[in-house]
Design a protein around this ligand. Structure first.
Ligand code: SF4
Ligand code: SF4
Length: 324
């Protein structure tokens, strides 16, 4: 098999004792059995990894990190090893590597178990600790959401046959317009105020047990279909509750045959055409290909309707601006 793997030796950058010979070795029980063994070191994931693109360093690639995890599991590296500490933190957790892996490597759970061990007893990076602390404070979040007029609806009971828009612990405070737009777009949707955090921030930052418990609690708060506007939350929730319960909003709209219709406005308040800039940035999280295709087709539909009104279309995937 040809590919980047043959040209990129695994060379430790800041510490020793990284060895592909750790493949298949289990010792400390940090990782679920079998998770580390799936990687066949083919290197197909390297081109999609943003940290590898930045550093061009094997250890900042998915394959290199899996080698580090194997060394940790085998006892060849200690959690305080500087390379382990750096790479556990430097990985974005975007899971782009999973989408191209021919061996079905489940990188997300591996990263969560790695960070659980590496950052145990509150030793993780300060920003991760601060994030977990902030989203655990539900009352201040709710109060801040009230000030920003978050998108909650006033239903007295939560109907399992109604699609529920997830407000998100950060979105309800920082981007309440996104939540309100989602409620407006999804026919018949509600957005119950009594919904907690999905736990993605916890699971991705060294507390996978707490993160999973929060996801399961949210699943009970919002029985039935949960519609999200966040790729990271969607990936975490789908892992905990199942893909049939969690739908990314583009996919939901595409499935339901939604059309922009007359909801779009291309004119300002004085009737003059208003130039609009349209941007599509795919979530880097492991949302299914169907959701990515849905987002693209919805964007094409919107651009078609706005033809003449759109001044410029940016595609964040190609990072290439184009005139329309
Ligand atoms: S994670 Fe998957 S794509 Fe990357 S090297 Fe391992 S087997 Fe290949
Ligand atoms: S999760 Fe993202 S940043 Fe981390 S190894 Fe995979 S592709 Fe690279």
């Amino acid at each position: 098999m040809s590919g980047p793997s043959r040209e990129l030796p695994i060379v430790p950058r800041r510490s020793g004792a990284v060895d592909e010979g750790d493949h298949g070795v289990h010792g400390r029980g940090i990782f679920d059995a079998g998770l580390l063994d799936r990687c066949i070191s083919c290197g197909f994931c390297l081109p999609v990894c943003p940290t590898y693109a930045l550093e061009k360093d094997e250890q900042s690639s998915p394959r290199g990190r899996i080698t580090l995890m194997r060394a940790l599991e085998a006892g060849r590296l200690e959690p305080d090893d500087p390379t382990l500490q750096h790479e556990a933190s430097f990985c974005l957790g975007c899971r782009a590597c999973e989408t191209v892996c021919p061996a079905g490597v489940e990188y997300g759970p591996m990263l969560e178990q790695w960070r659980d061990h590496q950052w145990r007893a509150g030793h993780g990076p300060a920003p991760a600790r601060w994030l977990r602390w902030a989203v655990a404070r539900r009352l201040p979040l709710r109060l801040a959401g009230l000030v920003r007029r978050f998108a909650r609806t006033r239903a007295r009971s939560v109907d399992p046959d109604t699609p529920h828009v997830m407000l998100g612990c950060a979105e309800r405070v920082l981007f309440p317009k996104v939540s309100r737009a989602a409620v407006a777009l999804v026919d018949g949707a509600d957005a119950p105020a009594a919904q907690g955090c999905c736990g993605a921030l916890h699971a991705h930052n060294g507390d996978s047990t707490g993160g999973r418990a929060m996801a399961e609690r949210l699943g009970r708060d919002l029985p039935g279909t949960i519609v999200t506007t966040s790729g990271g939350c969607a990936a975490h929730l789908a892992d905990a509750l199942g893909r049939d319960r969690v739908v990314e909003i583009s996919e939901y709209l595409a499935r339901s045959g939604w059309s922009p219709g007359t909801k779009l406005m291309t004119h300002g308040s004085h009737g003059h055409p208003r130039p609009i800039r349209v941007t599509l940035q795919d979530s880097c999280h492991r949302i299914p290909a169907a959701a990515k295709a849905a987002a693209s087709s919805l964007m094409v539909m919107v651009c078609h309707l706005l033809r003449g009104g759109v001044s410029r279309v940016w595609s964040a995937r190609s990072a290439t601006p184009g005139k329309r």
